[in-house]
Design a protein around this ligand. Structure first.
Ligand SMILES: *[C@@H]1O[C@H](CO)[C@@H](O)[C@H](O)[C@H]1NC(C)=O
Ligand SMILES: *[C@@H]1O[C@H](CO)[C@@H](O)[C@H](O)[C@H]1NC(C)=O
Ligand SMILES: *[C@@H]1O[C@H](CO)[C@@H](O)[C@H](O)[C@H]1NC(C)=O
Ligand SMILES: *[C@@H]1O[C@H](CO)[C@@H](O)[C@H](O)[C@H]1NC(C)=O
Ligand SMILES: *[C@@H]1O[C@H](CO)[C@@H](O)[C@H](O)[C@H]1NC(C)=O
Length: 450
């Protein structure tokens, strides 16, 4: 980064979160439920450009803490207090960097607190930037996904007890802050449980931020069209259903699509039931049972049952104690995706937000794993196309170890679009080396390697 101190905000999926009633234990399923709910009952979709972003509370809080400080490293010294230092996570291998975990009160009167987990960079922590990671989901935990299955320093073994190292962890190039938000997600809570369904805040995009989002829900209309086009062009749904959808579905906010459209989407959705549509060529998890001894694991070959290992690990009392989590003895289990939240507020587009960021001169990157069949490359491309930005640097491959890591196109106004080849919805999960290369370039402000 060099020049400005401060923050890198990274969001995966959408940070405009919405959840139906469905009980989910998979980030993917949560998003699927969102899509279905949006599609079937348009009446609950909020059309205000962007309104409710509970995650933003944490940003504002951190920004507030940062206001009078010159260096983000100061926050680490002052803000993350020594009492939050994690001596060691149960079952973790030896490492050289410090970890912190604890609560940040975001609303005193309501008793609302967000849980954070912070890992310092492996080296040069003073000069490396701070990266804030928020999972979307909707309502999914940044510990479950970001920290323990995507870009964090550890992954959980199949015994649900021990950890192994992720050598592509993003704390090679940044200090990484994971926040479980909003209240009701993961270890974050509110003592006033009625908070779980309402909140309002506007993002205050400071000059310190650069902004990155992966496989993100951007704009309903183009997202849905792109999703079905992708599934059709990847031989997952029948050409007839695709044709019916293209002909009959409008995917407009606050307009119910016709019954013909809805029937066609239902049939098309059923056609992908038996694959992991978030990683269309990937394996499924058939046996959720933990093993007494860790199975041989690899960061490169992601174990599709990892969700279950993480669930067991984070529900262990000794793990919660070590992490300074669940200090108030919440009455519910830790869940990878919350079933407590019941918000009915999800904007149909975040394009105005992106435009605002760009107008303020923020560097904006959107990346997309090219084997994600839910928020696919096509969706993001259609959404970007709808912004009518002039092209600054034409479509071209970028490389990692002489292989094509993906493709990239840069737009004026400073928006970079990058695909990651062979990656599903959670990009660092499926392509850890390429994802690390991507984030390194993003943080350094350099174009992807050509
Ligand atoms: C859309 O359909 C739902 C029921 O499925 C109904 O409650 C709602 O009022 C309809 N919205 C519009 C805008 O017609
Ligand atoms: C920790 O740092 C020391 C000295 O910098 C280095 O020799 C050692 O290999 C590191 N250990 C690990 C586990 O990274
Ligand atoms: C929530 O309530 C518990 C129990 O009264 C209390 O210990 C805790 O500090 C409260 N949380 C916040 C953020 O005020
Ligand atoms: C699931 O895995 C467990 C532990 O490895 C094993 O004991 C069990 O037989 C497996 N179940 C099935 C149905 O394969
Ligand atoms: C918090 O701790 C209580 C008591 O140990 C436990 O029953 C509950 O599942 C935990 N909840 C979370 C969210 O970790």
């Amino acid at each position: 980064m060099g020049n400005s101190p401060g923050f890198l905000l990274s969001l995966t999926l959408s940070f405009f979160i919405f959840i139906g009633q469905a009980h989910c234990n998979k980030q993917g399923k949560a998003l699927g439920d969102l899509y279905k709910a949006k599609l079937r009952t348009n009446s609950i979709v909020d059309t205000s450009p962007f309104k409710v972003t509970p995650d933003v509370q944490i940003l504002n809080k951190i920004q507030h803490q940062n206001q009078n400080r010159k260096q983000h490293s100061k926050i680490m010294q002052d803000g993350w207090q020594e009492k939050d230092r994690i001596q060691s996570l149960p079952g973790q291998p030896r490492v050289n960097f410090s970890q912190y975990g604890g609560y940040i009160t975001v609303d005193k009167s309501a008793g609302r607190a967000f849980y954070y987990y912070f890992v310092e960079a492996e080296h040069s922590k003073e000069s490396l930037p701070l990266l804030l990671w928020l999972n979307g989901g909707p309502g999914c935990s940044s510990l479950a996904y970001g920290a323990l299955q995507e870009l964090g320093p550890f992954r959980v073994h199949s015994d649900g007890k021990t950890l192994f190292k992720n050598k592509y962890s993003w704390n090679k190039v940044a200090n990484v802050l994971f926040v479980e938000s909003p209240a009701g997600v993961g270890f974050s809570y509110s003592n006033r449980t009625s908070d779980y369904d309402k909140s309002g805040d506007r993002i205050t995009a400071g000059d310190n931020y650069v902004f990155m989002m992966g496989n993100a829900v951007v704009n309903d209309k183009t997202d849905y069209r792109g999703m079905y086009d992708y599934r059709g062009s990847h031989a997952l749904i029948s050409p007839e259903n695709l044709r019916r959808i293209r002909r009959n579905c409008k995917f407009l906010p606050n307009v119910n699509d016709s019954n013909v459209c809805i029937a066609a989407t239902k049939r098309a959705d059923a056609e992908v039931n038996d694959i992991d549509v978030y990683n269309i060529y990937g394996p499924l998890c058939f046996n959720q049972t933990l093993t007494p001894k860790p199975r041989r694991s690899s960061v490169i070959n992601f174990d599709p049952c990892s969700d279950y290992y993480v669930h067991v690990y984070l529900n262990r009392p000794e793990v919660q104690e070590a992490m300074h989590a669940n200090t108030t003895k919440l009455t519910h289990d830790w869940q990878s995706c919350s079933n407590l939240l019941n918000w009915n507020d999800s904007p149909s587009t975040i394009i105005p937000l992106l435009q605002e960021f760009m107008a303020k001169g923020l560097r904006v990157w959107l990346f997309s794993g090219d084997t994600d069949g839910v928020v696919p490359v096509t969706s993001t491309q259609y959404s970007i196309h709808s912004m009518r930005l002039p092209i600054k640097r034409v479509w071209q491959p970028w490389y990692k170890r002489r292989e094509v890591g993906g493709y990239t196109q840069v737009y004026k106004g400073d928006l970079t679009f990058a695909t990651v080849r062979g990656a599903g919805h959670q990009v660092p999960t499926y392509q850890p080396a390429r994802a690390l290369s991507l984030i390194s370039h993003f943080l350094a402000g350099t174009p992807l390697a050509n």
